[in-house]
Design a protein around this ligand. Structure first.
Ligand SMILES: *Cc1c(COP(=O)(O)O)cnc(C)c1O
Length: 479
C-alpha cells in the first residue's frame, strides 16, 4: 500500500520527468516544422510564441494531478506552436452571410460599403493625398473640406463636420456648447442606445448639467419653458431610436421647440441617431430626414454615417455655421476626428446621393428591395435547394415575414419580406444554426431561429452570395 508520502514522491518525479521531456527553445527553433514556418513569420515573434507555448505546457504539467500514460504532449509542442502561428497570420475579421434580414446589424458591422469605396481606397489610400493640404495656396488645409460641402448641400446645412461616431458627436457638442450649464431634455428621451451609450452619462462626461423635464410619456412645451433660465445652454431632442412610447403620449413639435429656443437665444440640438438622407416612405419607412429637422429650425443635428446613410462609421455634426465652428474649435474635436479612410468612404457614399444613385449604396438597395423581387429570389432559391438536396431531407417553404432596418433606426418599423423557412429532418434548428455559423469551410451564415425552424431572409443576402449560401446550406446538412 503506498503512503501519501510515496505518492507525493512519485508524482514529483513524474513532474520532473515530464518537464524534462519538454524540448528547449533552441531544439524547437531548429525542428523541421518551425524551420518551415520561419519564412512566414517574424523571427522574434516566432521565438515569443514558442516561449509562451513552452511556458503554458510547463504550467500545465505543474498544475496537473493526472498524467497521460503516453507521455506529455499530444499534439506535439511543434504542432501547438504552428497552430498559434496560424492564428496570428489569419485575420479574425471575416466576411459572413447575413441572412437575418436586419439590414443595419450592429454586430455584423452595420452598413456594408458601396463597391465604389474600394475603388476610392485603391485610388487614394495607398498614396499621399491632399488630405489637409490646400493645393492652390500650397499651405495647410482642413480635412473637413472633402465632406463638408457635400453634406451641407445634401441636407441643407450651413456647415458640417465629421467625428468618429454619433456618440462622439453628442459628447463633443455637449462639451463645446453646454459645459457648466444646463441642457434641457424630456424624460421620455433619456435613452440608452446599447453598449453603454446613455444620454445622462454622456451628459455627465461632457460637463453639462442635465435638466430633465416632463414625464416618460408626456412632455409639453411649457415644461421646457418653465425651467429655462440664464444657466440654460441648449435644448436637446433625442431620437428614441430603439424603443417606442405609444398610447397616451405627447411631445412638442420640432418647430415649436425651435421657436422656444430662439426666444431664449439658445440652440436646439437634435440627436437624430440614424440620420436619414433619403425618403424611404415608398418602402413604408417613416423616418425623419436630416433636411426636415434643419428646415424645422434645429440649429445643430447629429447623426451616424453607418446607419440609414449607408456609409462608414462616423458621426456628423451639421447646422448653423457659427455653432459648427465653435464645436470644431473645441479640443475634443482633435481627439475625435476621423481618418483619411473614413473621409474617402464617406465622400464616395455622399456622391452616390449627389448622383441619385441610391441603389449603389448596399443598405439602401436592401431597404428598397420590393416584395415582388424578394419573393422571386426566395422561390428561385428554394427550387435550387430542392434540386441540390436529397429528397426528404428538409421541409422548405416561403412565408411572409418582416425584415428590420436595425441600427437603432426606426423602432418597430419593419419591412414586409419573404422568408425561406427550413427544417432539417436530421438536425435540430439549434444544431443546424450552429453548423451554418461555424462551417468547416466557406463563409459563416447567420440566420434566424424560430419555432425550431431556420429562417433565411434574402433581403440582406447579396444576390452574388446566393450560390455561396446554397453551398453553405447543403454542406451544413451533410454529415
Ligand atoms: C445610434 C445612435 C447613437 C449612437 O450612434 P453611433 O454612431 O453608434 O455612435 C446616438 N444617438 C442616437 C439617437 C442613436 O440612434
Amino acid at each position: 500500500m503506498s503512503t501519501g508520502k510515496e505518492a507525493l514522491a512519485r508524482s514529483a518525479s513524474t513532474h520532473a520527468e515530464l518537464l524534462r521531456q519538454l524540448p528547449s527553445i533552441d531544439q524547437l527553433l531548429s525542428s523541421a516544422p518551425l524551420v518551415a514556418l520561419s519564412g512566414r513569420i517574424d523571427r522574434a515573434m516566432l521565438v515569443q510564441v514558442a516561449r509562451e507555448t513552452l511556458e503554458s505546457l510547463r504550467a500545465r504539467v505543474l498544475n496537473s494531478q493526472r498524467f497521460p500514460a503516453t507521455g506529455l504532449v499530444e499534439p506535439s509542442v511543434e504542432d501547438l506552436i504552428a497552430s498559434q502561428v496560424e492564428l496570428l497570420l489569419t485575420s479574425s475579421l471575416q466576411p459572413v452571410i447575413n441572412a437575418t434580414g436586419v439590414v443595419l446589424h450592429t454586430n455584423l458591422g452595420r452598413a456594408p460599403l458601396a463597391p465604389a469605396v474600394v475603388e476610392e481606397f485603391r485610388r487614394t489610400a495607398t498614396q499621399y493625398t491632399n488630405l489637409e493640404y490646400h493645393l492652390e495656396s500650397g499651405s495647410r488645409g482642413k480635412r473637413d473640406v472633402h465632406t463638408s460641402q457635400l453634406l451641407a448641400r445634401l441636407i441643407g446645412a450651413e456647415a458640417a463636420i465629421v467625428v468618429n461616431n454619433c456618440a462622439a458627436a453628442t459628447l463633443l457638442v455637449l462639451a463645446a456648447l453646454a459645459k457648466g450649464g444646463e441642457v434641457i431634455v424630456s424624460r421620455g428621451e433619456l435613452i440608452e442606445i446599447g453598449d453603454g451609450f446613455r444620454i445622462p452619462e454622456i451628459m455627465a462626461q461632457s460637463g453639462a448639467l442635465l435638466r430633465e423635464v416632463g414625464t416618460t410619456n408626456r412632455t409639453r412645451l411649457s415644461d421646457y419653458e418653465d425651467v429655462l433660465c440664464e444657466n440654460s445652454r441648449l435644448l436637446l431632442r433625442v431620437h428614441p431610436s430603439n424603443f417606442k412610447i405609444s398610447g397616451f403620449t405627447e411631445k412638442p413639435s420640432l418647430n415649436d421647440l425651435a421657436a422656444l429656443a430662439q426666444r431664449f437665444s439658445i440652440p436646439l440640438v437634435e440627436d437624430l441617431g440614424s440620420g436619414c438622407l433619403a425618403d424611404f416612405s415608398s418602402s413604408g419607412i417613416a423616418e425623419p430626414t436630416v433636411r426636415a429637422s434643419l428646415a424645422a429650425g434645429v440649429a445643430i443635428v447629429l447623426f451616424s454615417a453607418d446607419k440609414l446613410l449607408g456609409g462608414p462609421q462616423a458621426g456628423i455634426i451639421a447646422g448653423k455655421k457659427e455653432l459648427v465652428e465653435r464645436i470644431r474649435r473645441h479640443p475634443l474635436f482633435r481627439a475625435l476626428r476621423v481618418d483619411k479612410l473614413t473621409i474617402a468612404a464617406l465622400n464616395v457614399t455622399l456622391r452616390c446621393y449627389v448622383r441619385g444613385a441610391w441603389d449603389e449604396i448596399p443598405a439602401l438597395r436592401m431597404i428598397r428591395a420590393t416584395l415582388n423581387e424578394l419573393q422571386q429570389r426566395s422561390e428561385n432559391f428554394v427550387a435550387q435547394l430542392h434540386a441540390a438536396l436529397p429528397a426528404g431531407q428538409v421541409q422548405l417553404e416561403v412565408v411572409d415575414g418582416a425584415s428590420l432596418v436595425g441600427g437603432g433606426a426606426t423602432p418597430e418599423q419593419s419591412l414586409p419580406t419573404k422568408l425561406i423557412c427550413m427544417a432539417s429532418l436530421r438536425y435540430s434548428a439549434a444544431k443546424f444554426e450552429q453548423r451554418l455559423r461555424q462551417p468547416a469551410a466557406g463563409l459563416p451564415v447567420i440566420a434566424r431561429v424560430e419555432n425550431n425552424r431556420l429562417l433565411f431572409d434574402l433581403r440582406t443576402v447579396f444576390p452574388e452570395q446566393e450560390s455561396l449560401l446554397l453551398h453553405a446550406i447543403t454542406a451544413a446538412l451533410s454529415t
